[in-house]
Design a protein around this ligand. Sequence first.
Ligand SMILES: Cc1cc2nc3c(=O)[nH]c(=O)nc-3n(C[C@H](O)[C@H](O)[C@H](O)COP(=O)(O)OP(=O)(O)OC[C@H]3O[C@@H](n4cnc5c(N)ncnc54)[C@H](O)[C@@H]3O)c2cc1C
Length: 297
Amino acid sequence: MTTHAPQAGQSVTLPTTLNEAVAALTDMPAAVPVAGGTDLMAAVNAGQLRPAALVGLGRISEIRGWQYQDGNALLGAGLTHARMGRPDFAALIPALAAAARAAGPPHIRNAGTLGGNIATAAPTGDALPVLAALEATLIIAGPGGSRREIPVSHLLAGVEMLRAGELIGFVRVPLLHAPQVFLKATGRTGPGRSVASVALVLDPARRGVRCAVGAIAPMPLRPLEAEQWVARLIDWDNDRALVPEALAAFGEYVAAACIPDPAPEPDGSVPTLPPAVLHLRRTVAALARRALGRALS
Ligand SMILES: Cc1cc2nc3c(=O)[nH]c(=O)nc-3n(C[C@H](O)[C@H](O)[C@H](O)COP(=O)(O)OP(=O)(O)OC[C@H]3O[C@@H](n4cnc5c(N)ncnc54)[C@H](O)[C@@H]3O)c2cc1C
């Protein structure tokens, strides 16, 4: 482990193991972990954050790759978007690779990491709906070499938080060996933050369809009833194709679950959604319809 002091009063510690990083954070409660720095440095440059010390995670090789474990992939939190976008990773977890390929311009994808995307927990974080649809589990490294596991949805919903000195070490993702799709809509052409995104995975072993909608709420939304409804329509033992009307109905079901109609007024009239919200709802419906169509085609 090496320590530098680039500015008076600010130190940068560069551990080479996860346990060293946790120990450095425990020893320096004011220190902040930094992986690719794409979110953190944006906050520093905007004057929103002035960390007294930094613990850099970039030299920890144990969290920069992945390994197989009992039908799951154990992904290191230090995997970059660029690495996850490569073909070998795409063959393993196609939806996460698609999200990684869509996560900003190349210099951001080269530096930005899976762990940073999760810890920032921005609504526009593209990995988040994928991890929600995959029902991924986070493995958290804590003081004294301890490890604890929490469902990613618990962290994103604020049910469980990272405690002082803890780091996201790994993400466990079930390998489903079936089609998965991630689609996102942006406000402009070219790389951009999601206005809405949909991750959809098929789980043939459980005869399930799992879907999560990102960017339209503080955390990814799971339209559980729409998932169950469409899973019952699919002929899992034969051709899994659905007619266009069923795909469209799924899209509408997902969109209505995530962006419901307003409650009726006391006089019984039903207010209409504002045009921008209606447009967002149509976008979500189109993304969900296309995602299911691609997964089943
Ligand atoms: C121009 C631009 C465009 C972008 N476009 C997109 C986009 O299209 N889609 C998208 O999803 N994101 C986008 N981002 C956001 C960003 O690139 C991602 O969220 C990235 O994955 C963050 O990872 P990082 O390694 O850079 O995190 P860092 O900036 O290093 O850290 C972010 C936060 O996470 C914490 N942290 C990092 N690693 C860990 C860990 N292992 N355990 C606990 N805490 C940790 C840090 O302390 C910090 O609070 C964009 C950013 C920029 C600047």
